[in-house]
Structure formats: structure tokens, C-alpha cells
Write a protein that binds this ligand. Structure first.
Ligand SMILES: C[S@@+](CC[C@H](N)C(=O)[O-])C[C@H]1O[C@@H](n2cnc3c(N)ncnc32)[C@H](O)[C@@H]1O
Length: 434
């Protein structure tokens, strides 16, 4: 397919997403099935275009003066990809499979790209109903922060120190052009090609041998800033597929004991293969037998550190999942907050005196972050908040002096794409003092 034909395909997929309110992955899959001539490179390039459009949906519609799929695509080529009006005009020729030529009004809009009068939710590309939450998180910086959260994310990996070292893996992956992550000491970063595709790391022999995991640098950092260390008794209470469990095992150098569980046995299932591949040997997986089963009852009052990698809206991962930002509803936030309170209460039962709970979300919303910690402390007088400065002291040198990372409510640390070049992650630590 020509680059122009890919634009037409992206417009088709966007129309499907808009008119039938479909999740982007489903619409893209259906398009691929209906257009079997399109190769994998075409499909990836079209997906990348569609995701760029979703990243900048509101601002693109604003600069173009209308919210049609075509207008959003044209605006996103300029705003997300930095293409000039002339470059866009050269693709939109109206010939064969190319989109129609630019109208005079479209050409003018692309020359101006005027966002000066756009409200914050439009300029920062987020749903209007989150305006108050995001203003509470970022104040005057909301547009700058949310624009950074609307950009494309790099692909990060965590080198598995149970099997190798970062500088040993670099030459093995040299053909994929890795760079060192700026902060995480065992991370490597990969960029995207011009068509928006990143390297397919999962098929490399190094991945299959368990030498690395795909994990955003922010996720790597928060796990390392929990203060986890060798010989501890640790619970990973919301282990999911085990992304952070694997990192905890590496940080503990396979010593001590990690108990990994999740209320959803299906989400937990892949952890077994991942642990085996990574060579993690200090992890006991506790799978709930029935809904509401407590597979950790024997661990009450025994644990040094409980990691609560809580279910959340995932606002901090919008760079990777731009579709979800237009789909998340207020009811979902309310639901996640209830779950967060529930898992924190569950964690409290496990911690021994002097032990800690590390509360993590991939969100930037104070209602899921500082406010949950505050509510927890109000109903659990045996716990006290650990000073964020103490958490920062556990961070790599590049971050340990960064007072700007303290969260707006003062209970934890907030990473964001703009501040740290990572996904948006929150970490707070509470200690059982009585
Ligand atoms: C952010 S995800 C975990 C991601 C995982 N830690 C990782 O690094 O790959 C949150 C998880 O919390 C789980 N969860 C939700 N409610 C829970 C509860 N009450 N107890 C334990 N896990 C829960 C969800 O099933 C989901 O897998």
C-alpha cells in the first residue's frame, strides 16, 4: 500500500470507531480481516496512524474546525507527526486510493494550527469530565503535562539481572539500536521507525531466553523505590501477569520469599511461564480457588512489604492506550476507587509491625492516589505515612533530588511523561507503626 492509501484506510478505521463506538483494536482487526491484501507492515502503519489520531483527537478537531475522521487525521498528521501542510497535501492527492485533495479551508487550518483559544481539555486532549481532577493534579501545568501524555511512548525493557547485565545485553541487541534509560539502572529504550512501528522484541532469542522483560521505565522505577531488598517476606497482592513480581525477584536476587496473588486467576495464569523463563525462584504463586477466597490467610501479620499495584483507570498509560482515554467513564473511576480501598484494607492485615505497604497506580488522578492513601490512614491508625523524601532517597541519583516529583497531596511520588519521560506512575508508602 502507498502511504496515501494507508491514510485512507486510517480514515475508514476511525469512522468505524466513531460510528459504532468500537474499541480501536477491534476496529483495526476487522479492517485487516476485510482487506487481506494488506501486509503486516501496512496494518502496523495504519494502526500507528489511528493511535496518533486518538492521541490528539480533540486538538486535531479544534484546529481543523470539525470533528470528522478526515479532519482528525489531517490535524493529527500536523500535531502528532509534525508534518507540514505541503507534506500533507502531497499525500492527499485524490488519485486512486489517496484521500481527496485538501480544500482551501483545510490548507488554511493546517497552516495556522491555532490552539490559542482552546480550553484545557481540548489543548491537552483529555475528556472534559476529568478537568477538575487534572487541574488538582497539575494546576497551571495541566496542558503541558497532558500534551506530554498524548505523545507516543518509547518501548522500554528491563534487563533481567537474574540472568545477565545491562551492558552485556546492549551488544546483543545492537541491531535494534538500544539506548540506556535515563533513570532506571537496568533499563534499555527503543524508538519507533518512521511508520510508527517499534522493534518486535518478543521474538528475539534474548527475550525467549528470559534476558529481559518489556516494562516501562516508570514501572521499573516504582518497584525499585519500594525499598524491597534481599531476604524480605514480600506479598505482591495485585500481581496480574507478574510484571512487577519478576522485578521484585530480581531486586531480591532470588532470596527471601515473594507470595504473588491476584483476585483474578485468569490474569495471574501467565505468571508461571514468565517466572520460569526469567529464572525467578523465590516466588510462590497463590491462586484464589473461588471468588472471594483469601489464599493469603496464613500470612497475616507476617509480611515485611506488601506491594499493592492497584487496579486503576490507567490514565498514566494513555501514551500507550490512547483509545482508553476517550472510553473511560466517571463510573469506572468510582469503581476503581472502591477497589483501591478494598485492596489496601486487605494489605493492612498482612503487614507485620514495622512492615510497609507500597501503594502504586499507573494514574495521575489525586482521587486514585493521594486521596486513597489519606482515606486509608484515616481508618487505619496503626499505619503512618512514609515521608516522600525517604522514597526519593531510594530513587536513582538522577531523581533523588527532584522535589517536584512529590505528589500534589504530599503523600507520595508522581512520575509523568513530562517530568521523568516515563508513563504516569504514583507511589506512596505507609508503615505499620503499632
Ligand atoms: C495494575 S494491575 C496489576 C499489574 C501487575 N502488577 C504487573 O505489574 O503486571 C491490577 C491488578 O489488580 C487486580 N485486583 C483487583 N482487585 C483486586 C483485589 N481485591 N485483590 C487482588 N487483586 C486485585 C486486578 O485483577 C489486576 O490484575
Amino acid at each position: 500500500m502507498t502511504p496515501s492509501a494507508r491514510l485512507s484506510a486510517a480514515i475508514e478505521v476511525l469512522s468505524d470507531i466513531e460510528t459504532r463506538r468500537r474499541p480501536a483494536p477491534d476496529a483495526l482487526k476487522d479492517w485487516g480481516l476485510a482487506h487481506r491484501f494488506a501486509g503486516s507492515k501496512d496494518r502496523a502503519a495504519i494502526a500507528s496512524l489511528v493511535y496518533d489520531c486518538l492521541r490528539r483527537r480533540a486538538s486535531s478537531a479544534h484546529v481543523m474546525g470539525e470533528a470528522t475522521p478526515r479532519a482528525i487525521l489531517l490535524g493529527a498528521l500536523a500535531l502528532a507527526r509534525g508534518q507540514s501542510r505541503a507534506e500533507i497535501a502531497a499525500l492527499c492527492t485524490g488519485e486512486r486510493f489517496a484521500p481527496e485533495a485538501l480544500t482551501a479551508a483545510e490548507a488554511k487550518a493546517l497552516d495556522k494550527l491555532d490552539l490559542s483559544k482552546a480550553p484545557a481539555a481540548v489543548a491537552g486532549d483529555f475528556p472534559d469530565w476529568l478537568s477538575d481532577d487534572l487541574a488538582a493534579a497539575f494546576g497551571d501545568e495541566v496542558v503541558a503535562e497532558m500534551t506530554a501524555l498524548s505523545a507516543r511512548a518509547p518501548i522500554d525493557i528491563r534487563v533481567n539481572t537474574l540472568k545477565t547485565e545491562r551492558m552485556r545485553l546492549v551488544p546483543e541487541l545492537a541491531h535494534l539500536h538500544p539506548e540506556l534509560t535515563p533513570h532506571a539502572p537496568t533499563g534499555l529504550r527503543f524508538g519507533h521507525g518512521d511508520d510508527g512501528r517499534g522493534p518486535t522484541l518478543q521474538v528475539t532469542p534474548e527475550f525467549l531466553k528470559g534476558l529481559f522483560e518489556i516494562q516501562d521505565e516508570g514501572s521499573q522505577l516504582v518497584a525499585s523505590m519500594t525499598g524491597v531488598g534481599p531476604d524480605m517476606q514480600v506479598v505482591d497482592l495485585c500481581a496480574g501477569g507478574g510484571g512487577k513480581t519478576l522485578e521484585l525477584a530480581a531486586l531480591m536476587d532470588n532470596s527471601g520469599q515473594i507470595y504473588a496473588t491476584d483476585s483474578d486467576a485468569r490474569r495471574l495464569a501467565p505468571i508461571h511461564d514468565r517466572l520460569a523463563r526469567a529464572g525467578a525462584r523465590n516466588v510462590q504463586v497463590r491462586t484464589p480457588k473461588t471468588r472471594g477466597d483469601e489464599p493469603l490467610a496464613d500470612l497475616a501479620d507476617k509480611i515485611d512489604l506488601v506491594l499493592v499495584d492497584a487496579p486503576c483507570t490507567g490514565v498514566g498509560t494513555w501514551r500507550r492506550n490512547p483509545d482508553t482515554k476517550w472510553r473511560v467513564r466517571p463510573g469506572a473511576l468510582d469503581e476503581r476507587m472502591k477497589e483501591q480501598d478494598f485492596v489496601l484494607a486487605r494489605a493492612a492485615k498482612l503487614v507485620k509491625r514495622g512492615g510497609r505497604i507500597a501503594y502504586v497506580t499507573c494514574s495521575v488522578l489525586p482521587r486514585e492516589n493521594d486521596e486513597r492513601v489519606k482515606a486509608f490512614l484515616a481508618s487505619n491508625p496503626a499505619f503512618a505515612s512514609v515521608d516522600p523524601q525517604e522514597i526519593l532517597a531510594l530513587a536513582p541519583d538522577t531523581l533523588s533530588e527532584r522535589d517536584d516529583l512529590v505528589s500534589p497531596g504530599g503523600y507520595g511520588i508522581q512520575l509523568t511523561p513530562r517530568r521523568t519521560g516515563t508513563d504516569g506512575f504514583f507511589l506512596a508508602i505507609v508503615e505499620r507503626v503499632k
